[in-house]
Design a protein. Structure first.
Ligand SMILES: [Zn+2]
Ligand SMILES: [Zn+2]
Length: 384
């Protein structure tokens, strides 16, 4: 008689409150960080207004009104000064207040919120400073609110360990947007032979919602296999291991990824979108959905999704993908829908349980440089 395997013993994750890193009202740390962030973003925004050809993204520029955003910039600059002044009064974090005020004063000196807005000569390669500012403000407002209102781990702090590393990745991924798009377009051009005008016409004749569902499924199929290859082909794993090296998940954690993975993922997902040729409305809906879902699934949130969790990839589903516990290794590859993990037998979703441990089974280098070089160092180590 064969002995039955013992069921896996799930454990509850314990998160201790890191009092040194936590924000407390009245200390000046909150106002200090707000002053620095608003001052830094204001300075970046002013630079983007001064050099739009080099510091803004052609695609994104079409979606916002640069003159109206100068009002937002105005409030950002004054609030940076206001929070800087509060930090001075509260004394303990005066240095943060000084940095915030200094950044804002430089922004004022460069023209502030009154830099004239005119036509922009588009450059093929530019830095997505506008994309970085808008994505940071939007993500911080939506997802940090969600993490505060409905946290999965209440004791996990905003400035958790290694947040600086992930903040760097966040900035890099957004600033490099036009380089990523150029690479992705170059990659898709290799698939010109497979374009079918009649297929694209049939796709475009569908209602937008069906086009959206169609491209969601097609993109997820590609993302599933691309992701699975990164896990299961030994030579590719060190590149993807960088994304898995994060040990505390939150809205910023999903930004961590080796640049090779970031570029190849975007290039691969463009192929089905290019071949299906959906309408602009469906494509925009997909891009917005994918961007929000990618951040949401890494969030530290216990938000309930009801029956939707049987259809869409949710935080619980993707948190299991980041677990270093045995039953969850190499599972939950999908990015949008649970469909392909369910279909190909790689799904791990134990009802109410969440992971007790995140990260890789082997230790990974800390910091951007060590992680960027990791595919090389791992290869050298292996050959020794
Ligand atoms: Zn993975
Ligand atoms: Zn992830």
């Amino acid at each position: 008689m064969c002995k039955k395997d013992k069921p896996y013993q799930y454990q509850e994750r314990q998160v201790e409150l890191d009092t040194d890193r936590a924000f407390r009202l009245g200390e000046g740390k909150i106002s200090g960080y707000l002053s620095v962030i608003l001052g830094g973003l204001s300075l970046l925004a002013v630079l983007a207004y001064l050099f739009p050809s080099y510091l803004t993204t052609t695609e994104l520029r079409k979606t916002y009104d640069a003159e109206s955003l100068q009002h937002v910039l105005k409030y950002g600059m004054y609030f940076s000064l206001f929070f800087g002044a509060i930090t001075h009064l509260l004394k303990r974090y005066r240095r943060l207040g000084c940095i915030g005020i200094l950044l804002t004063l430089v922004a004022f000196a460069l023209g502030g919120y009154t830099v004239p807005v005119g036509p922009v000569e588009p450059k093929e390669l530019s830095l997505g400073v506008d994309w970085l500012i808008l994505a940071f403000l939007g993500s911080a407002a939506i997802f940090m609110t969600l993490e505060k209102l409905l946290p999965k781990y209440k004791n996990q702090v905003i400035l958790r360990k290694e947040w600086e590393t992930d903040f760097f990745y966040f900035c890099f991924n957004h600033l490099a947007i036009s380089a990523i798009l150029i690479y992705a377009n170059y990659h898709t051009s290799h698939f010109d032979w497979a374009v079918s005008a009649s297929l694209q016409e049939s796709v475009q004749s569908l209602p937008v919602i069906f086009q959206f569902v169609l491209i969601l499924i097609a993109a997820d199929f590609v993302l599933y296999w691309e992701h699975r290859l990164f896990h299961e082909v030994k030579a590719l794993w060190p590149v993807h291991a960088v994304h898995h090296s994060v040990e505390e998940l939150d809205w910023l954690a999903g930004s961590r990824g080796h640049f090779i993975q970031v570029f190849s993922e975007r290039a691969m997902v463009m192929v089905p979108l290019y071949l299906l040729g959906p309408s602009e409305a469906a494509l925009n809906a997909y891009v917005a959905f994918a961007a929000l879902q990618a951040v949401l699934i890494h969030c530290n949130t216990r938000m309930h999704f009801g029956v939707l969790k049987y259809i869409f990839v949710t935080p619980q589903f993707h948190h299991w993908h980041h677990s270093s516990e045995k039953p969850a290794i190499d599972t939950n590859y999908s990015a949008h829908l649970v469909l392909f993990d369910w279909l190909f037998g790689t799904m791990h979703m134990p009802k109410q349980h969440w992971p007790a441990k995140y990260g890789t089974t082997k230790p990974m280098p800390k910091g951007v440089i060590g992680q960027t070089l990791y595919p090389l160092t791992a290869l050298i180590k292996k050959q020794k």
